[in-house]
Design a protein around this ligand. Structure first.
Ligand code: KG4
Ligand code: ZN
Length: 349
């Protein structure tokens, strides 16, 4: 059983053998946050309290399992929003202690890699890779909170070889969408707007960093703001919240397409360099931004190794990736103490 509550999704899933997804239930409080243009931590935490027990129960029911079938419970301990993490961790600890099940604390970012290890699902609507990735692998983890490049030699034995120095790429999508008056979450909104835009309409800068495999997106974000102000016929003093009403839909689409193209190229440039240097036997992409179809096409074009993508529902936050990593932890590590495990909102890899 995997339990995930690090942000606004209350999620639970049952996975067998780290590979076969028997169930995957995700309840999102997203609708409650859209009016605010981003996740409100207090609202997310309150929603987790209401959803967590029904979501876990549904995950068991859909898997046709009872607690006696469950070998272990794994739960996200961090990184994430403190109030949100707390609900998942307290629930998992209570279940582990009362049901006498081993409890595994999971790093959310590391778990995004393991979404790619799921190759079988009871729900046939999932499009999954034909086989699990072989090791050593290179993982590009791109979400709202993280942009990491990880070299995984073996389960539990990895090296973070690159990371963002400022904004995560998903965060840049969210902020640019806000500037253009497109709905939250920004990733899907930008991708949709970009379909009608010209990616060569505006020249935006690509960050080249001294750290070989690091990323940066804050300069690009500022360049988008300056471009939008210029296109609106204003100077840099114009507050960004006034921009949407001054831009036409076509201008917004062109800015979205130009931004998306540079942001994705930045990721793939670094990924390509790392693949050449590390020569992994497989490459995986995880996190919400991995759902982006243009990123998938660009990676396919640029990487000779090829990448087997997972279903977009396993790219965004879910319990199945937590359970899949829990399976590998179960093979190698001792479980956490259900009485003392605590959340770690700023846990790093
Ligand atoms: O992994 P995730 O669900 O949550 C975190 O751990 O952060 O990722 C959410 C992020 C958001 O920033 C969202 O805008 C982005 O993933 N995202 C996308 C797409 N779908 C979600 N970004 C680009 N294109 C998409 N299609
Ligand atoms: Zn995530």
């Amino acid at each position: 059983m995997g339990i995930e509550t690090s942000c606004d999704e209350t999620a639970a899933a049952v996975v067998e053998g780290g590979q076969h997804m028997l169930s995957n239930v995700v309840a999102s409080s997203l609708d409650l946050h859209t009016a605010y243009g981003g996740v409100v931590p207090e609202i997310a935490a309150r929603s987790h309290v209401e959803a967590i027990i029904p979501v876990i129960k549904q995950a068991l029911d859909l898997a046709s399992c009872s607690w006696s079938d469950i070998d272990a419970i794994s739960v996200t301990e961090g990184p994430g929003l403190a109030g949100s993490l707390l609900i998942g961790v307290v629930t998992a600890k209570s279940l582990a202690a009362t049901l006498n099940k081993p409890l595994y604390a999971i790093n959310h970012v590391e778990a995004h890699i393991y979404a790619n290890f799921i190759t079988l699902a009871n729900d046939k609507s999932y499009r999954l890779p034909a086989k699990p990735p072989s090791l050593p692998l290179l993982a590009l983890i791109v979400s709202g909170g993280h942009s990491h490049l990880v070299y995984l030699k073996d389960h539990g034995d990895y090296q973070v070889i690159g990371r963002t120095l400022d904004d995560a790429v998903g965060e840049a999508f969210d902020k640019v969408a806000k500037m253009l008056g497109l709905p939250y979450p920004g990733g899907p909104s930008i991708a949709k707007a970009a379909e009608n835009g010209n990616q060569d309409a505006y020249i935006l800068p690509k960050a080249h960093l001294a750290g070989k495999y690091d990323f940066s997106f804050s300069g690009l974000k500022t360049a988008v703001l300056r471009t939008a102000q210029r296109v609106a016929g204003k100077d840099f003093t114009l507050p960004s919240h006034l921009l949407p009403e001054l831009l036409t839909d076509q201008q917004k689409a062109d800015i979205a397409a130009s931004f998306q193209s540079v942001a994705l190229e930045t990721l793939v440039d670094v990924l390509e360099k790392a693949v050449q240097d590390y020569r992994p036997t497989s490459v995986v992409i995880g996190g919400g931004v991995a759902a982006n179809q243009s990123l998938r096409q660009l990676v396919k074009k640029r990487l000779k190794t090829g990448v087997d993508y997972t279903d977009v529902r396993l790219c965004t936050d879910n319990g199945a990736m937590i359970a899949a990593l829990g399976y590998y932890k179960l093979q190698k590590t001792t479980p956490s103490d259900p009485y003392s495990l605590d959340i770690d909102p700023s846990l790093s890899m």
